[in-house]
Design a protein around this ligand. Structure first.
Ligand SMILES: C[S@@+](CC[C@H](N)C(=O)[O-])C[C@H]1O[C@@H](n2cnc3c(N)ncnc32)[C@H](O)[C@@H]1O
Length: 309
């Protein structure tokens, strides 16, 4: 079986982000990349360095918030050598890996999530039947499409336009006309107070500021009507949600990552998974990978809260 080479991102790939997103992902908040580190990554220790990177550095400097801009510009001047710069480059690209996937190779992300189905019992917990629902961090719509088949109206919000474009064509292909796409951030949702019955965030919202944090949680509560529910599917940090009044539930059953074909499984595994996943495919010749082989929990746990105002 031929395995597609893993696409490695480089610093120049940050050019895929627009100015608003550069300002979000390079910032002094938890979950974002620090402007100082990014400045070191763009430091010039090599006069032959190609000018595309210089132009990108200027774009970034221009896009950043004033305090971040100063730290970025200062660090660019302070690079102590090529090793220092290369280490910073590696770290920036590594930290922005998923953002680069969403913005540069959204179809790869769609292929990954089409195999990693989440437990749809989350829709019952969110009480979505006939409801107005915000899918916060909708991505390419892993949960949006099943949700739209049961809800009256779905607002699918995400920070990454390339994923929203994919989602738009998927909704059109499935003739789902009750999905409205919104580019937005967890901490700034362009919906009025009390405008939705429920919010679902699947593998998206978390405790770090860049992933929502306290401000994002306030915002999700603001748009949810009293008595409505916020459901965080497959949370990375359930204890944080429990500290904020959520209940933690693990839905019954068992889930396995399943791809349409063995070839597709190999392609996705080569791109995103560890060697253990490839070895598992080699051993079983089936297009399936158990979550435990990847060392991650099955996507059937959730945190939920009934909003009281
Ligand atoms: C792991 S993906 C999950 C996408 C989708 N819910 C799913 O289950 O496939 C995380 C998504 O959250 C979005 N996201 C991350 N931080 C965000 C923020 N602060 N505001 C809005 N969306 C955000 C990303 O763009 C990405 O689409």
């Amino acid at each position: 079986m031929a395995i597609a080479p893993t696409t490695a991102f480089t610093l120049g790939d940050l050019a895929a982000f627009d100015e608003a997103h550069l300002r979000e992902v390079i910032a002094n908040v938890s979950g974002a990349v620090s402007p100082a580190l990014t400045g070191r990554a763009f430091g010039m220790c090599d006069p032959q360095e190609h000018s595309d990177l210089s132009r990108l550095a200027e774009r970034i400097e221009h896009a950043l918030a004033p305090d971040s801009r100063a730290a970025f510009a200062r660090s660019r001047q302070q690079v102590t050598g090529c090793d220092d710069r290369d280490a910073a480059r590696h770290s920036v690209v590594e930290q922005l890996f998923w953002e680069l996937v969403y913005w540069k190779t959204p179809v790869d992300y769609e292929r990954l999530t089409s195999g990693e189905k989440v437990h749809l019992g989350a829709l019952d917990v969110a009480r979505v039947d006939g409801a107005v629902v915000l899918d916060a961090g909708a991505g390419a719509g892993r949960i949006t499409l099943p949700l739209a088949r049961r809800a009256c109206k779905v607002y699918a919000m995400d920070a990454a336009p390339p994923l929203l474009h994919l989602l738009e064509s998927k909704c059109a292909g499935a003739d789902l006309r009750n999905v409205e796409l919104i580019r937005g951030l967890f901490r700034r949702v362009s919906l009025p107070d009390d405008s939705v019955d429920s919010v679902i965030a699947c593998s998206a919202f978390g405790m770090q500021e860049a992933r929502g944090g306290e401000r994002g949680l306030d915002e999700l509560q603001r748009v949810t009507r009293p008595g409505g529910r916020i459901v965080i599917v497959w949370p990375e940090d359930p204890a944080w949600f429990v500290r904020h009044g959520f209940h933690y539930t693990r839905l019954a059953g068992s889930l396995t990552i399943t791809f349409p074909t063995l070839e597709e499984a190999y392609v996705v595994a080569a791109r995103f998974y560890c060697h253990a996943a490839i070895r598992h495919l080699d051993a079983t010749h089936r297009p399936e990978v158990p979550f435990h082989v990847l060392g991650i929990k099955e996507p059937r746990d959730l945190c939920w809260l009934t909003v009281r105002k």
